[in-house]
Design a protein around this ligand. Structure first.
Ligand code: UDP
Ligand code: MG
Length: 332
């Protein structure tokens, strides 16, 4: 039987662009005649007509599968849901808004057949994004590269193709705070990049503003490194040594010259400065503590309201793991 390639497409309020996506991706599928291909649309709790559009596509195209989450869980969870239900020998992720050109799939498949387990798309140019977004993205990738132990390739998004064993291993990582770029990197295996120009959004609006991007950056850093916690240790040590030296100097000065009481300004500056630093690190501790709190609850990553497999993918359908629980956890 021909190999199966599954494409996971997370969609949140994307009614305006899904038909265009389906048309373009179908064109690419037609060129991959030696494979069976399926598109898995994950409706991440959309409030517009997304469900109707993907239902319509599934009715007319046997290569379309739909997954509906019970509410909006966010792109990371939506991708995870898609990866969990995907049966493909290779599984690729594409944004619904055509920012990741579907034609990339041809190169992905060629590299996969050449023996790579992960083929990821690397942006060489970002059209339709402000300089501020590009600059902050640039800084973020550099910072995370310095801080994290696993090498997270810069300027790559979620768009990539993964072999079955990578998808399976990724499925074992069930953490609540899912910084997918980091999880992809953590899994490892032979990987290769394919350069592409990131197109502007075809229609609709971006779901990410600067506040969500900031939180995303925080997520990336706190889920992949404890460097900020260590910073407190070192800064604390430096301040303690400084304070000790200053104390010694003041004692000496008092013994030699005597000391009329002075120094209110320096005192208040020091107290406020140290107070600020302490609050800052209490905040960082809180970030980590909050994440531990979320993880200990062990809730499922998403809830499935409905899953309709594609007719092309059901031929080899296996028992599906429901509700985002780990396939491992449910069997042990
Ligand atoms: N998305 C999702 N759930 C969300 C937010 C976004 O499934 O809560 C999907 C969205 O439909 C799109 C992809 O994630 O397919 C990327 O979103 P978007 O284009 O808004 O992000 P950007 O490209 O601006 O970073
Ligand atoms: Mg986009």
């Amino acid at each position: 039987m021909k190999k199966l390639i599954s494409i996971v497409v997370p969609a949140y309020n994307e009614e305006a662009v899904l038909a265009a996506f389906h048309t373009r991706m179908s064109g690419v599928f037609d060129q991959l005649m030696d494979y069976r291909c399926e598109m898995i649309f994950v409706n991440d709790g959309s409030k517009d007509g997304t469900q109707a559009v993907i239902d319509g596509l599934a009715n007319t195209d046997e290569r379309v599968s739909t997954v509906t989450l019970s509410r909006n869980f966010g792109k990371e969870a939506a991708m995870t849901a898609g990866l969990d239900v995907a049966q493909g020998d290779a599984v690729a992720i594409f944004d619904a808004d055509l920012q990741d050109p579907p034609e990339l799939l041809l190169q992905f498949v060629a590299q996969w057949e050449a023996g790579y387990d992960v083929v990821y798309a690397k942006r060489c140019q970002r059209d339709g994004e402000t300089w501020l977004k590009r600059a902050t993205a640039h800084i973020f990738y550099r910072v995370i590269k310095k801080l994290s132990k696993v090498a997270i390739p810069p300027d790559t998004g979620d768009c990539r193709l993964m072999s079955r064993r990578v998808v399976q291993d990724l499925g074992r990582l069930r953490e609540q705070h899912r910084f997918m770029k980091g999880l992809f990197a953590w899994v490892g295996y032979p990987s290769v990049a394919v350069s592409y120009r990131r197109d502007p959004r075809a229609a609709g609006h971006t779901k990410f503003n600067y506040w969500t991007l900031w939180n995303f950056a925080l997520e990336g850093i706190t889920s992949f490194t404890i460097a900020p916690l260590k910073l407190a240790t070192y800064l604390g040590t430096i301040f303690a040594i400084g304070a000790f030296a200053l104390g010694a100097w003041i004692i000496l000065k008092t013994l030699i010259w005597g000391d009329p009481v002075r120094g209110y300004p320096s005192l208040i500056v020091t107290v406020l400065f140290l107070g600020g630093i302490q609050l800052f690190f209490v905040g960082i501790l809180g970030e980590y503590l909050g994440r531990i709190f979320d993880e200990t609850k062990g809730r499922p990553l998403y809830l499935l309201a409905q899953h309709r497999p594609s007719r092309i993918g059901t031929a080899c359908a296996k028992q599906m793991t429901c509700h985002g629980e780990s396939p491992l956890r449910s069997t042990t």
